[in-house]
Ligand binder design. Structure first.
Ligand SMILES: Cc1cc2nc3c(=O)[nH]c(=O)nc-3n(C[C@H](O)[C@H](O)[C@H](O)COP(=O)(O)O)c2cc1C
Length: 361
């Protein structure tokens, strides 16, 4: 291991350096297309927790051809530091050109996506399909490395399928090509989002390279983060769906790593943050003249957010059926108000239409 890191009170690292960029805490927000746009990241950062944020994956072709959607995806706040901009594609020249342009926009780190399982991306040999074409993958890494001066990282899966779990071999090649950090999601492309937990290839990669390896896949809380550090010896952890499910999860993991007490999160605080997200996302899409996307985005997000809440299914179902944003807001407020009353010891009851309503006192 040649990168800088330090072990904290739990016996696990509390930060790592990618070249001279300190990632502290070593808890990272995953790139998620359609979720981790600048607004979601702003809300998460206001809570605290991630030592690094990523943009959603950006089509290198879109940057090179100056497409608005790609440039929108590349936007970040001036104080969002460090920020990793992630690109995908299968054309080394476009990848290099896009990387150069994004470096000029002020990216701290440039990340190449080799993990996306989507058919439309894999069909064109992008995303995780690159893992079964090591030559093309290496050509892309080499071209991008040559085009930029900022640190370059790669995010991948453990392999393409069960017969090709080649992440450790690729990590070694990429390190020799000048890649300075790696993220590995333990699933293969074939696993999509299922499969049985197998983190052995992350551990093997950690042993094979001298640059930081970040572990990813199903980390949702302190317990699952601890297990990942124990099982792999990773430099840090990355959270995707866990961060939508519980936006405080990254803060809690960071606090635990530092040996600090965990912040308690009240229902009132959860409601405040959720409504803040609704408002900001509405504002954002209005500015882009795409206000019809607001409700769709909220419905996508609420699926995960509602999951750990008591009676969360009701919130999810009702918000997903909302026809307007004010409807979604009213439903959300009513849901939380009722939960808060429960919390304060007032009796509640389920009524016929599936709502939870406090009993008349
Ligand atoms: C809705 C969604 C969108 C995603 N988009 C991206 C992406 O743009 N780039 C990427 O590298 N991974 C993407 N991923 C994969 C995540 O970054 C992460 O590797 C995966 O969800 C596993 O981590 P988790 O179990 O913590 O969610 C996406 C995942 C989800 C659920």
């Amino acid at each position: 291991m040649t990168y800088k890191t330090e072990t904290g009170p739990q016996g696990f690292p509390t930060y790592y350096d990618v070249r001279n960029i300190r990632i502290s805490p070593n808890v990272v927000l995953a790139p998620m297309e359609g979720v981790t746009d600048v607004i979601f990241r702003r809300v998460i950062r206001s809570i605290g927790g991630p030592g690094l944020t990523y943009t959603e994956f950006i089509a290198s072709r879109g940057i090179v051809h100056n497409e608005r959607r790609s440039w929108d995806m590349a936007s970040f706040d001036p104080d969002e530091r460090p920020i990793s901009l992630q690109i995908y594609g299968n054309n080394p020249e476009w990848m290099a050109e896009a990387a150069k342009q994004l470096q000029d926009e002020g990216a701290t780190i440039l990340d190449i996506n080799m993990g996306c399982p989507a058919k439309k991306i894999c069909k064109k040999s992008g995303g995780s399909a690159l893992m079964k074409d090591p030559e093309l993958a290496t050509e892309i890494v080499r071209a991008v490395r040559k085009a930029i001066d900022i640190p370059l990282t790669v995010k991948m899966r453990s392999g393409f399928d069960a017969s090709m779990r080649n992440a450790p071999e690729l990590c070694k090649i990429f390190e020799s090509e000048g890649v300075e950090g790696l993220t590995i999601h333990w699933r293969t492309r074939e696993d999509l989002y299922g499969g049985e937990r197998a983190v052995d290839k992350i551990a093997e990669a950690v042993d094979s390279v001298s640059i930081p390896v970040i572990a990813n896949g199903d980390i949702i809380d302190v317990e699952s983060a601890k297990r990942m550090f124990e099982d792999t010896g990773c430099a840090g952890v990355m959270l995707g769906r866990g961060a939508i499910r519980d936006p405080w999860s990254m803060l809690h993991i960071a606090q635990w790593l530092r040996g600090e007490p965990l912040t308690e999160v009240t229902l009132e605080e959860r409601l405040r943050v959720l409504i803040m997200y609704y408002d900001r996302i509405e504002e954002h899409f209005q500015q882009l003249d795409q206000h019809r996307r607001t409700l769709g985005r909220i419905k996508m997000m609420i699926r995960n957010f509602a999951d750990p809440l008591p009676h969360g299914k009701i919130l999810r179902q009702k918000v997903c059926r909302a026809q307007t944003l004010p409807d979604a807001k009213d439903i959300t407020k009513r849901f939380f108000d009722t939960l808060i009353e429960y919390d304060q010891g007032k009796e509640g009851a389920f009524v016929d239409d599936g709502w939870i309503t406090p009993k008349a006192s």
